[in-house]
Design a protein around this ligand. Structure first.
Ligand SMILES: NC(=O)c1ccc[n+]([C@@H]2O[C@H](COP(=O)([O-])OP(=O)(O)OC[C@H]3O[C@@H](n4cnc5c(N)ncnc54)[C@H](O)[C@@H]3O)[C@@H](O)[C@H]2O)c1
Length: 261
């Protein structure tokens, strides 16, 4: 048996934004490790596709429609986990990256509010309802998706997105400290740029893509599965002494000054 196999047996893992990209890959991996996965998304087609793929691979998953910016939706998804054996893993992964988010003078309040509602309030709501459920279940692991942009600045600003991810990072650290003696671990997963639909449109422009690739020591984007493997680790007992981290999975971006030719 591979190391870590079945590490999540008997555990329920709620994953937001699991209808695509990193969330979908994490659903497949966590189900493969024995978890029952609660797939949450606003995209019903994407979410049910993830459930089918998990089922086809021999795993267990259910789709619960949830908009992470709506308290009742998250409450309902957490209730689903509670009524099916409890909540053990909460992967607050859903996020948006709108094109019209730019430098501060060019960013509208509407875009700012939208991004904050999904990327930051969405994570807050996941924690607000997830933490009491996890305490009830005897502990668990919270993984909140931030980003490398939470720790380094870009001259190609997306101010609302960056600020939202900085908020996720700070919030996660505080939660980790507050609940460390109650069996809850919390880590901020910080991916570098990933090859998912979130960036696809944006990076279709070869100049934009080249402008970013030059700053990545590895010289390539991550695949969603490479980020999902980190989420699996943070969800599993393998990471039992890991909490409060800024968990970078960024191809070396945040370590770099001059990158290889
Ligand atoms: N792709 C990247 O380069 C990158 C880099 C760093 C961090 N991230 C972060 O990783 C996370 C996942 O991104 P991804 O690249 O897999 O993107 P993705 O677009 O492939 O998937 C995001 C999913 O979230 C869902 N979603 C959007 N708004 C929602 C809402 N209000 N409620 C519930 N679900 C909602 C979408 O329908 C989609 O299925 C996001 O938080 C993103 O900010 C991505």
């Amino acid at each position: 048996m591979a190391e870590g196999a079945n590490e999540l047996e008997g555990r329920n893992a709620l994953i937001t934004g699991a209808g695509s990209g990193i969330g979908r890959e994490a659903a497949l991996l966590m189900a493969g490790a024995g978890a029952r996965v609660i797939v949450c998304d606003v995209d019903e087609a994407g979410g049910t596709e993830t459930v089918s793929r998990v089922g086809a691979a021999g795993g267990e998953a259910d789709f619960v429609h949830a908009d992470v910016s709506k308290a009742n939706d998250i409450k309902n998804a957490v209730e689903f986990a509670k009524s099916h054996g409890g909540l053990h893993v909460m992967f607050n992964n859903a996020g948006i990256f709108p094109d019209d988010d730019g430098s501060p003078p060019d960013t509208t309040e509407e875009v700012w509010d939208l991004v904050m509602n999904v990327n930051l309030k969405g994570v807050f709501l996941g924690c607000k309802y997830g933490i009491p459920a996890m305490i009830e279940a005897g502990g668990g692991s919270i993984i909140n998706t931030a980003s490398f942009v939470a720790v380094v600045g870009a001259a190609t600003s997306q101010i609302a997105y960056t600020a939202s991810k900085g908020g996720v990072l700070a919030m996660t650290r505080e939660i980790a400290v507050e609940y460390a003696r109650q069996g809850i671990r919390a880590n901020a997963l910080c991916p570098g740029p990933v090859n998912t639909p979130l960036l696809e449109e944006f990076l279709r422009d070869p100049e934009k893509k080249a402008r970013r690739l030059i700053h990545i020591p590895m010289g390539r984007l991550a695949e969603a599965s490479e980020i999902a493997r980190a989420a699996l680790y943070l969800a599993s007992p393998s990471s039992s002494y890991v909490t409060g981290t800024t968990f970078m999975v960024d191809g070396g971006i945040t370590a770099a000054y001059v990158t290889p030719e």
